[in-house]
Design a protein around this ligand. Sequence first.
Ligand code: ATP
Ligand code: MG
Length: 101
Amino acid sequence: MVITVTNSKGGVGKTDSNFNLGYAAAINEPDKSVLFVNADNQKTLEHRFGRRKSNGFKDLDNVTFDNCTAAALKHTIPRYKELYDYIFIDVAANSESPLVS
Ligand SMILES: Nc1ncnc2c1ncn2[C@@H]1O[C@H](COP(=O)(O)OP(=O)(O)OP(=O)(O)O)[C@@H](O)[C@H]1O
Ligand SMILES: [Mg+2]
């Protein structure tokens, strides 16, 4: 399942919401795998994930796109869908193209 909490406005809690939902999935369904896709050049999600990774979740991963494009997401997400039960995508407010994709 691919989930993204997104909005065209900045600073409204997109990253925190994706992060918290991802951890909620990992905690509540430990047999399921979770991937965070960081498609925001600020890399906020990656930084938060980096601080928490050592908490012992083995099926919780992060992948970061530099200069993410809609084409990159469209090409890559279907492949990740075969590997992970839940995918949470964090997209920047101002990146129209990945946001729409
Ligand atoms: N539910 C909430 N209640 C109060 N503060 C929150 C809530 N969710 C996030 N925040 C705070 O709001 C600020 C912005 O959150 P966050 O980084 O998740 O927003 P964002 O929409 O991803 O921002 P950006 O557009 O820069 O990517 C942070 O300081 C965060 O701690
Ligand atoms: Mg953010």
